[in-house]
Structure formats: structure tokens, C-alpha cells
Ligand binder design. Structure first.
Ligand SMILES: [Zn+2]
Length: 237
């Protein structure tokens, strides 16, 4: 099964070749993908709503890693094949079924039920679901970042609506934090896997077009000069 997923990915140009390896190296240099060391996603230790693919070969390793990073065991896991790719409005993976709406509702409900206000959206590459739509690494990352922004924009509104339905007075929109990870399986002989933080700010700067909007599946303009300022504060917000 795994071999066939990889075959499909290669045939669709979304496998893990030298070009993808070079892209990831480049994104790490630019601070788009950031090594995770000692970050504190959940300083209040209320827990984390973790949105991730259900991949049985990669997700367990990713979750183990996140448990170590968060230093807290209260993870509320929401799994769906290619989950991070299905939340963006532009996602090609939401054809017949509105999985974007289902995921957004579930995230909001989880935050409400468990009193959690920190969400971790975990992308994954390669991803069989993404490969089925021919998504390469950049498209995968772009859709996931768009998904993160949609969570930030819509989940507080959904939470507020849920509170209203419960008869709770809600003067302000709930405040949530959304962090994004990208789990990479390098598929080398050592089966090396790594999880990175994704800097939305750096990604959007990298892909900004002349009119200031980021576009899916379009060629990027020349990237900004890399800097050493890997400020964590733009990651977990
Ligand atoms: Zn996947």
C-alpha cells in the first residue's frame, strides 16, 4: 500500500526526489521551516487540539515528537486523511463532501468541550491523500498555511455561535492560537523523519505576488533576502 502511494506520488510529480529535498533545504535556510527545539506551545498547559493526517506509518512518530515538544500529555487528536490539506477553501480535496466544514466544526467543538485554546495543525509530506490530487511539497505547504489562516478566522466565530446556542453570554470572540507543523519523511535508507514548525509569515513573504496576495499553485516571485531572525513569536500565533 505504502509503495503504491509512493508510486502514485512519483507518477504525479509529487514524490520525494532531489528537487523536493532541495526545496526543503531552501525553506529551512529561509526560516519557513524551523527546527523545533524547546518551544512552548502551551505554556498554560490546558492542552492541544491536534489536527493531523491518520497515516499509520508516519503520524505515530509525529505525535510522539509533539508530545515531547509540548511537554504535556493532554492532546485532543482529530485525524482525517490529508487533514491539513482539506481546510483551505481552495482545497481540491473537498469535492463531494464538505470535509473543510466538518473539520472546522470539530476543531471549534473540541476547543469548547475541552477548554483548550491552542490548535496544532500538522501537515505531512509525502501524503497519500495529497498525492492522489497530484500535490507537490509547495502546494502541500501552501494549502496547509491557508488552512491555518482559515482556522484562525473561522473557529472563534464557530465557538461563539456554539456558546450562544448553549445560552452562554459571549461578549468577545474567544482567543485561540494556531501553530503549524510540517512532518517530513525523507524516505532515505535510515527512514529519517523530521517535524518542523512552519512560519506563515516567512511563507507568505516568500510567495507574495506584486499585488500583495499569495496564490496557490502559481510560480513564486524572487524570495526575500534570508535573515537570521528566527523569531518564534510569529510561529505559534
Ligand atoms: Zn497523509
Amino acid at each position: 500500500m505504502l509503495a503504491s502511494v509512493h508510486r502514485i506520488a512519483r507518477e504525479k510529480g509529487s514524490g520525494f526526489g532531489m528537487e523536493t529535498r532541495e526545496t526543503i533545504r531552501n525553506f529551512r535556510e529561509r526560516g519557513i521551516l524551523v527546527d523545533v527545539r524547546g518551544h512552548q506551545l502551551d505554556p498554560d498547559k490546558t492542552g492541544l487540539v491536534l489536527v493531523t493526517c491518520g497515516d499509520c506509518d508516519r503520524t505515530p512518530e509525529n505525535i510522539l515528537f509533539i508530545r515531547k515538544v509540548v511537554d504535556h500529555s493532554r492532546l485532543h487528536e482529530l485525524k482525517l486523511n490529508g487533514a491539513s490539506l482539506r481546510i483551505a477553501k481552495e482545497s481540491p480535496l473537498n469535492g463531494e463532501f464538505p470535509t473543510d466544514r466538518i473539520l472546522l466544526e470539530d476543531i471549534a467543538e473540541s476547543c469548547m468541550l475541552k477548554g483548550i485554546r491552542v490548535i496544532a495543525l500538522c501537515g505531512q509530506y509525502p501524503c497519500g491523500k495529497g498525492a492522489s490530487a497530484g500535490l507537490g511539497f509547495k502546494e502541500n505547504l501552501d494549502l496547509a498555511v491557508r488552512g491555518k489562516m482559515r482556522i484562525k478566522a473561522e473557529v472563534p466565530l464557530l465557538m461563539q455561535e456554539m456558546m450562544r446556542r448553549q445560552g452562554t453570554l459571549v461578549p468577545d470572540l474567544p482567543v485561540i492560537k494556531v501553530a503549524m507543523f510540517m512532518h517530513v519523511d525523507y524516505e532515505d535508507r535510515a527512514s529519517t523523519m523530521r517535524t518542523y514548525f512552519v512560519s506563515r509569515e516567512r511563507w507568505e513573504a516568500h510567495h507574495a505576488s506584486t499585488d500583495g496576495t499569495a496564490t496557490v499553485f502559481s510560480p513564486s516571485l524572487p524570495p526575500p533576502e534570508p535573515t537570521d531572525n528566527h523569531d518564534d513569536t510569529d510561529i505559534a500565533v
